[in-house]
Ligand binder design. Structure first.
Ligand code: AMP
Length: 538
């Protein structure tokens, strides 16, 4: 057994323990120290734990206000030409739950494609819609795409939900959440997985997030917020470089500038505060201490009061091999991430996730949805600090997490919407998962669009665990897949260890015929034996 697999096995042991002990952690729970655990483990098979779906009750959860629980076994009500046509999904197997919930996923990326796949295989899902979705989701039959539903028009989304008996809306991207889509859906009585605009401020305003960290003693980088460029530059001069400058608001993933010199930092201040390059998102800047270490992603499902830790993952944000070049929305990921030991996972739950959940509740902004903490495991202390807080799944991370999730996702998300996550435990495949992201050449700076992608069926046939997830692809007039700007494919694979998952994912990538696309060649490098990449390139 190689080094990575040994490490993986011990991590799996730890994760089994973690799950057994803390399937979900409520605000009042106290976590015993790591040393108090007793070992009891197994190395294969699925992680089994009970998931009990409780009946719907009205309670004080904001997401339940006026909520009706839509269940449906409708599969025959599609009429008219512009109507989506649904088909009964046989993948659930016969004799599954009598009442299945119709689900609508909002978004068009590979994250949403991954969610559609996981929801579709949930025994309690009925039809799965995705708005707008994309050509890949549609062609694979992973959801019924509703490309003409304008997700920015909340009354259109509500009408769609009423018409089709949607019982659960899962919002993928942050923009509709920050625009208040969940508020409107909840007000209309539709259970929605995703925070209200008030709670989405955790991602929509870095200043809000940082002050919440201050108030609740959550470990994060030291910072100050500025609207005045001269004051910001004075502070930068005092602190020195490297230093990090961030826009307060959402800036399409481009609002964090890691300045290695004072000049770069001053230029970032001018760009944001003087020249207004990010519009209203840049009315305030956060000037933050530069943290040195390794990044990892931590996701937790939250129901307003309780949080369940998900499996760990690690993303690759930079565009180039060896973590070089500009930041992107993510060029690949894998799960689990060995750097996040059980001890660190407990630390993150105790010192980051639960204080956020508690702090948000205390502010009258109960959080329902997925909290995704971007962590820096600091080199000097070996402990994680939160460098970003997102109110939705990370895109590549979601792809590997959903590849490994074995629980009935629909039931779990409904439980979150109803404030009933306490006692819910998640089941995970014991394998490793990896995603290699393929993007149009030029991404993230100036990517071309409209190039044709071929050979995807052959790529998916490389191994049974290979699944290609699409982001914003369309069809040309000959029925070929066409890439948009930016990321287009998430090539996911599972394996008994990270090496096997990686080998399968890259074999699938090599089978894809897409001259207009590219990918990184070193996904997983931090967790794989160091000589692997040098041997291959030699
Ligand atoms: P953010 O937009 O806050 O997610 O930051 C984007 C990326 O910038 C992160 O993934 C890190 O690579 C880097 N970054 C953000 N904040 C810091 C920090 N305080 N120290 C070092 N790197 C950072």
């Amino acid at each position: 057994m190689g080094m990575a697999s040994t490490a993986a096995s011990s991590l799996l042991v730890s994760q089994e323990l973690f799950r057994r002990s803390y399937g979900s952690i409520g605000l009042g729970s106290s976590i015993p120290s790591f040393s108090s655990f007793k070992l009891s483990c197994r190395f294969s098979g699925s992680w089994k734990s009970g998931l009990v779906a409780a009946p719907i009750k009205r309670n004080s959860n904001p997401h339940l206000k006026n909520a009706r629980y839509w269940t449906s076994s409708i599969f025959s009500c599609a009429t008219g030409t512009s109507e989506p046509s649904m088909s009964t999904d046989s993948s659930h197997g016969g004799g599954a739950a009598a009442e299945r919930v119709v689900v609508l996923v909002i978004g068009e990326g590979a994250r949403e494609h991954a969610l559609c796949c996981a929801l579709r295989r949930s025994p309690s899902s009925g039809a799965v819609f995705c708005a707008p979705g994309n050509a890949g989701i549609s062609k694979a039959g992973d959801a019924t795409c509703v490309s003409d539903l304008n997700i920015a028009d909340t009354s259109a989304v509500i009408s769609f939900c009423r018409k089709w008996g949607v019982g659960l809306v899962v919002v993928g991207p942050e923009a509709p959440l920050v625009a208040g889509l969940a508020n409107d859906l909840v007000k209309a009585g539709i259970l929605t997985f995703g925070p209200t605009v008030e709670a989405a401020a955790l991602e929509g305003s870095k200043d809000f997030m940082k002050s919440l960290c201050d108030k609740n003693n959550i470990p994060t980088a030291k910072y100050k917020t500025f609207t005045d460029p001269s004051a910001a530059k004075q502070y930068i001069k005092e602190e020195g470089a490297p230093i990090v400058i961030k826009t307060d608001g959402l800036a399409d993933g481009k609002g964090a500038i890691v300045a290695m010199t004072l000049e770069e930092a001053y230029e970032a201040i001018d760009l944001i505060l003087v020249r207004g390059a990010f519009g209203s998102a840049g009315c305030k800047v956060i000037v933050e201490e530069f943290l040195e270490g390794e990044e990892a992603s931590f996701h937790a499902l939250v129901d307003g009061e309780n949080a369940i830790a998900m499996e760990t993952s690690q993303d690759h944000k930079r565009v180039g091999d060896g973590d070089t070049g500009p930041n992107t929305g993510g060029m690949g990921a894998y799960s689990p991430a060995p750097i996040l030991t059980l001890e660190l996972q407990l630390f993150v739950m105790e010192s980051i996730i639960l204080p956020i959940v508690k702090g948000m509740a205390a502010e009258g902004r109960k959080f329902v949805g997925v909290l995704y903490a971007g962590l820096m495991i600091e080199k000097k202390s070996g402990l994680p600090k939160m460098i970003e807080c997102n109110v939705r799944f990370g895109d590549p991370e979601c792809q590997v997490l959903m590849a490994r999730l074995e629980s009935d996702l629909t039931q779990v998300l409904l439980a979150a919407c109803k404030g009933e996550l306490r006692g819910v435990k998640l089941e995970w495949a014991p394998e490793f998962a990896m995603v290699v992201v393929m993007a149009s050449k030029g991404y993230p700076v100036a990517s071309v669009s409209g190039t044709v992608i071929r050979n995807l069926e052959a790529a998916e046939a490389v191994a049974p665990s290979v699944k290609i997830l699409h982001a914003g692809t369309t069809f040309d007039s000959d029925g070929n897949f066409v890439a948009g700007r930016g990321r287009a494919l998430g090539v996911t694979a599972k394996g008994r260890n990270l090496e096997e998952a990686r080998q399968r994912a890259y074999q699938a990538v090599e089978t894809i015929n897409w001259p207009g696309g590219f990918c990184r060649h070193d996904i997983g490098w931090r967790a794989l034996p160091k000589n692997q990449f040098t041997e291959e390139s030699g």
